[in-house]
Design a protein around this ligand. Structure first.
Ligand SMILES: [Zn+2]
Length: 162
């Protein structure tokens, strides 16, 4: 077994034998990433800039050796896992879901797939990075849990602040 293969087998972010799927958690919401990829096929490809991704939380530089992960949205990017990303994954567009409600002052798009490939691309100097922004309808379709609660929660908060 090579060193990389061994690291992959213990990597919390690499797919492991027996895994049922890939999930992205955002507060109470759970997105089915595999389903999202299927739904994204044939959707319009847009380009986001490296600067936008850095603003979102992608780190342009490698972290200090003592820090292994950084937060993007609520998902961590793992420095070690960056070495495990297969080359073909770099051909896939980043996937953003649109949240049920526009939250004033916050992004209403969350990066549900591609935080590691985004990091690789920003670091190698790509300026424009291909992405699919799923419509609210498609986002809802790949949201396994939490969509209603999120929509209700935000509208309740909006009412209270009035
Ligand atoms: Zn990994």
């Amino acid at each position: 077994m090579t060193a990389t293969a061994k690291a992959k087998s213990t990597c919390p972010q690499c797919p492991q034998p027996g895994d049922k799927g890939e999930w992205y958690h955002f507060f109470a919401m759970v997105f089915d990433v595999k389903k999202a990829r299927e739904l994204a096929e044939g959707e319009e490809i847009v380009h986001v800039t490296a600067a936008q991704l850095v603003q979102y939380g992608i780190r342009g530089e490698r972290l200090a050796p003592t820090a292994r992960t950084f937060k993007v949205g609520l998902a961590g990017v793992n420095e070690d896992h960056l070495q495990h990303i297969p080359v073909e994954a770099l051909d896939r567009p980043l996937l953003f879901a649109t949240l049920p409600t526009l939250v004033v002052g916050a992004a209403n798009h969350v990066l549900i797939d591609g935080s590691h490939t985004a990091t690789i691309k920003v670091r190698r100097g790509d300026e424009k990075i291909a992405a699919v922004i799923l419509s609210p309808e498609l986002s809802r379709e790949c949201c396994e849990r939490g969509w209603q609660e999120m929509a209700r929660g935000f509208s309740r908060r909006a009412r209270q602040s009035r």
